[in-house]
Design a protein around this ligand. Structure first.
Ligand code: F6P
Length: 371
């Protein structure tokens, strides 16, 4: 069999480990030929390929990023020469031109929708879940998340010492897109005094109360982990209203306007961590600083947990392809890697349940959650 592989969406630690796991199993255990498409769906649409013989897979297990490159381009809405075009047919033609029996796609929540569109166009697809956000449904986790959580935890550790030395409040803004998994996980692991996530809109007064109670106990400093998608209760209500307008839009013109309004609200609320810093400094009298962790959470070599997980889902994908099981994602369910239908994954986001054990644990150890 001949199989194509591509990486789409934001990069994450473990992508190359997964490419290696898939390739070594596909070639070594199942005698397949493997080629890579460059830069996500763009390379598939343009037919930009690279051979991936066994030799190409050596030395990449520990390498961050993706040797294939990636992009956030969508097949059905690809901007080419300042025009937005549906390149699905071109992608299908390139699959045929390269005599491929299947395409393996490494991607996150957004990619699942594109993988399903490609499947609906008649291509045999297997998707490997990848993201530092842990926002993919139907899987306990995905490679990328554990490493990012480790990097963010170490950053929070480091922020504790400088906050303590200067008697400051330091707000660490973490990635995670529209969910709070990464911030909640790293916040608990890093001992953040307050953890603010999108799923629990916060009240600045409550955050200030936590800081004040620490001051009264002799700790005139605090470290607060803030998810990039977190909002105070007022902004959260405005954002929810803008989202509802998109959902209820009737005509395409209405939908376009509603989406533009939602984007404007998101943009206006993007600096929420700096806004919170100013409010907290006023409310607590402590100097307050912001540290945006940003892309260090995405870069660098994967940790052992993600190397293991990436290798497992990669090898599992090779077995699924060899068995002719397509239209699925290699999901992690407890100790097992199992195929779940892409139709159950596409277009959905896994948010943190309000009664999740991580939230209960945070409350039990006295972490403020802003509510
Ligand atoms: O999905 C991974 C992620 O890092 C999110 O946590 C973050 O919001 C987003 O990608 C950033 O996107 P970009 O890399 O396009 O700036």
């Amino acid at each position: 069999m001949r199989v194509g592989i591509l990486t789409a969406g934001g990069d994450s630690p473990g992508l190359n480990a997964a490419i290696r796991g898939f390739g070594k199993a596909a070639i070594g255990a199942y005698g397949m030929e493997v080629i890579g498409f460059r830069d996500g769906f763009t390379g598939l649409a343009q037919g930009r390929v690279v051979d991936l013989p066994m030799a190409a897979l050596s030395g990449i297990l520990t390498v961050g990023g993706t040797i294939l490159g990636t992009s956030r381009d969508k097949l059905h809405k690809m901007s080419i020469d300042a025009q937005v075009r549906d390149m699905t047919a071109q992608a299908v033609a390139n699959v045929k031109a390269n005599r491929l029996d299947a395409v393996v796609i490494l991607g996150g929540a957004g990619t699942a929708k594109n993988a399903k569109l490609l499947m609906d166009a008649g291509v045999n697809v297997v998707m490997l879940p990848k993201t530092i956000d842990n926002d993919i449904v139907c899987t306990d986790t995905s490679f990328g998340f554990a490493t990012a959580m480790g990097v963010a935890t170490e950053a929070i550790d480091r922020l504790h010492s400088t906050a303590h030395s200067h008697h400051r409040v330091i707000l660490a803004e973490l990635m995670g897109h529209r969910v709070g998994w990464l911030t909640l996980g790293a916040g608990i692991s890093g001992g953040a005094d307050v953890i603010l996530i999108p799923e629990i809109p916060y009240d600045v007064a409550n955050v200030a109360t936590t800081v004040h109670s620490r001051i009264e106990r002799g700790s005139a400093f605090s470290v607060i982990a803030v998810a990039e998608g977190a909002r105070d209760q007022q902004d959260s209500a405005e954002y929810a209203e803008a989202q509802a307008l998109v959902r209820s839009a009737g005509s395409s013109a209405e939908r376009r306007n509603a989406k533009a309004h939602l984007a404007a609200v998101e943009s206006a609320q993007r600096e929420h961590t700096f806004k919170l810093a100013r409010e907290l400094e006023r409310a607590t009298g402590l100097e307050t600083r912001v540290s945006i962790l940003g892309y260090v959470q995405r870069g660098g070599s994967p940790g052992a947990t993600d190397r293991m997980l990436a290798t497992r889902v990669g090898a599992a994908a090779a077995k699924l392809v060899s068995s002719g099981v397509f239209g699925v994602m290699t999901a992690v369910h407890g100790a097992d890697v199992v195929p779940v239908p892409l139709s159950e994954v596409a277009g959905k986001t896994k948010t943190v349940p309000i009664n999740h054990d991580w939230i209960t644990t945070a409350r039990m150890v006295g972490t403020g959650l802003g509510d």
